[in-house]
Ligand binder design. Structure first.
Ligand SMILES: N[C@@H](CCC(=O)N[C@@H](CS)C(=O)NCC(=O)O)C(=O)O
Length: 207
């Protein structure tokens, strides 16, 4: 399977972490790309008209996007513990946590684009502040429910881990741990998992 990806993308990281946790990472062939809203990767566009990573081309040639769809697809390929719980109550909680984490990441990535891509003089501080509000409220929500994560590994906790990792990587000045001690204490051992260590982002593109 071909995965169009770049290391800094937290959405790519969700896929890679899940693949490692499920023993599938050896089946992924990485195609490194650079794509931004103003300079979309030409090869990526052929597979994904909205030109976003991660995009997966399966062994049978089908194309899948986005990270949610790819993660669920990969989870269907193995028979060990599922990252998308089958039991209804756990499933909806895990899916909502994925949506919460993805929402934080969408806001954080859009700030990043505003700061690195938009020319000086065209930036809109109120818009950045609005996006940062989403990031902070999302982190506060994770703080308030992290006690129930325990040592679970599923699509909800993987996404939460990728949120914390992206904040550390691209927004270190935010110091999210200062007011979120429970999330901090959960993330310390989570970030030491093999799947997280092996996917630690490298700044090879600006996203
Ligand atoms: N909802 C998507 C978001 C993916 C996304 O925003 N990826 C960014 C990189 S972190 C991207 O490819 N941006 C290029 C663009 O917006 O044109 C997912 O879960 O995969």
């Amino acid at each position: 399977m071909k995965l169009y990806a770049a290391s800094p993308s937290p959405f790519v990281r969700k896929v890679l972490v899940l693949a490692i946790e499920c023993g599938l990472s050896g089946r992924l062939e990485h195609v490194s790309i650079k794509t931004t809203p103003i300079a979309p990767d030409i090869e990526l566009i052929r597979s994904n008209p909205v030109a976003k990573m991660p995009t997966l081309v399966t062994d049978s040639g089908a194309t899948l996007y986005d990270s949610r769809v790819i993660c669920e697809y990969l989870d269907s390929l193995h028979d060990s513990v599922k990252m998308f719980p089958a039991e209804q109550a756990s499933r909806w909680v895990a899916l909502r946590r994925q949506a919460l984490g993805d929402g934080v990441l969408d806001a954080a990535v859009s700030i990043r684009y505003e700061v690195i891509l938009r020319p000086d003089g065209k930036r809109w501080p109120e818009w950045v502040a609005g996006q940062m509000g989403k990031v902070r409220r999302g982190l506060d929500a994770l703080e308030s429910e992290v006690a129930s994560f325990k040592d679970e590994i599923n699509i909800g906790t993987i996404t939460a881990g990728c949120v914390a990792g992206y904040l550390d990587f691209r927004f270190p000045e935010e110091d999210w741990r200062a007011t979120r001690p429970h999330l901090r204490d959960w993330y310390a051992p989570f970030s030491a998992r093999d799947s997280m260590v092996k996917t630690d982002p490298v700044a090879d593109v600006e996203v």
